[in-house]
Design a protein around this ligand. Structure first.
Ligand SMILES: Cc1cc2nc3c(=O)[nH]c(=O)nc-3n(C[C@H](O)[C@H](O)[C@H](O)COP(=O)(O)OP(=O)(O)OC[C@H]3O[C@@H](n4cnc5c(N)ncnc54)[C@H](O)[C@@H]3O)c2cc1C
Length: 361
């Protein structure tokens, strides 16, 4: 078995920067990616509900719904199209449309900044959804397409997207099954994981598996680059809330990329999943050139009483003055009404991470 010498991150009080709580837009059963013809003839292409894996499978999902449009509308590239939602799913969908040659695209959204798409950790992890067994093949397919997309970004091959928006870095997990990355290996997209003994140089050793060709995305860079590229291609951005897709959108072709907003538009399968993140500061960058994601004990949040899974992940994402990101929790059913109440989870997360890395507090 290989042995890898890693250094733990610095997790002193002075290294724990901005704390973030946000909500994954999970749809029970599967993310929604389908066509709906409304009574007034409008064609709606739904693209939302990717839970904690919206970044991981977003590019493939965007390509999939654009294929649906091409199947349902003739080859007219002058169709009037509205993309509702400006999170990663909306922007990737508009990007795909531009690259396929569509010329009349408008992005309509209630909010453009400080979205969950900006706050996400954004490591490659197709595991944070609640998919029915018959959705798995489709999810795997769009996950593979997404991996190829990010690999192309990292090689500077995607128009308008800086290579720094995506980074390949070894990713360590407890086991192959929990990583969610085995389907990529089975399809020959990623190299096989290796069993490794990881030493943190302080007497703490863990038996882990590592995928040396995994990715994480820099949410700030990618969101900014997508916006600049779309504006340069004459995509119009309009800030507006949509309450009814049939009534409030003039365009005959509508991509519905509203994330959790789908609940208010009538989708009863939407479930908010609360997550906690801490942005790290004062790190020695060279020391933390790896991604790690391990599960911790499950529990019940206090005082909101939600059953939850705890884990933590860490990787060196650079955003503003911060040099790493450290998460997280997965609290199914906890929406914005629990924004303050589950803050005690930050302390649990920090304690568990220090224990894992063998850091004495
Ligand atoms: C703590 C945390 C960590 C995460 N880590 C990862 C990770 O490591 N890897 C990963 O793949 N994913 C991760 N995610 C999940 C990821 O962030 C989401 O899956 C993704 O950002 C969802 O994008 P979206 O575009 O669907 O939604 P959003 O970013 O929420 O965008 C929705 C858009 O729709 C607009 N909108 C909503 N309703 C309306 C309306 N009625 N009218 C007009 N506009 C409307 C909003 O204003 C917004 O512009 C994480 C999430 C959290 C909370």
């Amino acid at each position: 078995m290989d042995r890898r010498e890693l250094k733990p991150p610095r997790l002193g009080a002075e290294n724990l920067g901005r704390r973030v709580v946000d909500y994954r837009p999970m749809r029970a059963g599967r993310p929604r990616a389908e066509v709906e013809r409304l009574e007034n003839g409008k064609l709606v292409l739904h693209n939302y509900g990717h839970g904690g894996s919206g970044w991981t499978i977003g590019p493939g999902a965007a390509a999939y719904v654009c294929d649906l449009l091409m199947r349902h509308a003739d080859g007219d590239l002058n169709l009037e199209i509205a993309v509702v939602g400006a999170g990663i799913l909306g922007l990737l969908t508009a990007y795909e449309l531009v690259n396929r040659g569509y010329t009349r695209i408008k992005v309509v959204a209630e909010q453009f900044e400080r979205l969950v798409s900006h706050h996400a950790g954004a490591l490659l992890a197709p595991v944070s959804m609640q998919n029915e067994p018959d959705a798995l093949e489709w999810v795997n397919q769009i996950a593979m397409d997404s991996y190829k997309f990010y690999a192309a970004v990292a090689q500077g091959k995607m128009p308008g997207l800086r290579a720094e928006g995506t980074r390949a870095l070894p990713a360590y997990f407890e086991d192959r099954e929990g990583s969610g990355l085995e389907p990529y290996v089975e399809r020959g997209i990623m190299a096989a994981a290796k069993d490794v003994e990881v030493s943190f140089g302080n007497g703490t050793i863990h038996q882990l598996v590592v995928y040396d060709d995994s990715y994480y995305m820099n949410t700030a860079i990618m969101m900014a680059d997508l916006r600049v590229y779309l504006e340069a291609h004459h995509v119009e951005f309009v800030q507006r809330r949509v309450c009814d897709l049939a009534r409030d959108v003039a365009e005959p072709f509508v991509f519905n990329c509203v994330g959790l907003g789908a609940a208010e538009l009538g989708d009863t399968r939407m479930i908010p999943v609360q997550g906690h993140l801490i942005l790290l500061q004062g790190q020695v960058e060279a020391d933390i050139q790896y991604q790690i994601s391990v599960s911790m004990e499950c529990g019940v949040t206090s005082p909101s009483g939600h059953k939850m899974s705890r884990y933590f992940y860490m990787f060196p994402k650079q955003m503003d003055e911060f040099t790493g990101v450290f998460g997280g929790t997965f609290i199914v059913g906890a929406g914005r009404e629990f924004h303050e109440t589950n803050n005690s989870e930050f302390e649990v997360m920090i304690r568990q991470a220090r224990e894992f890395f063998g850091i004495k507090s």
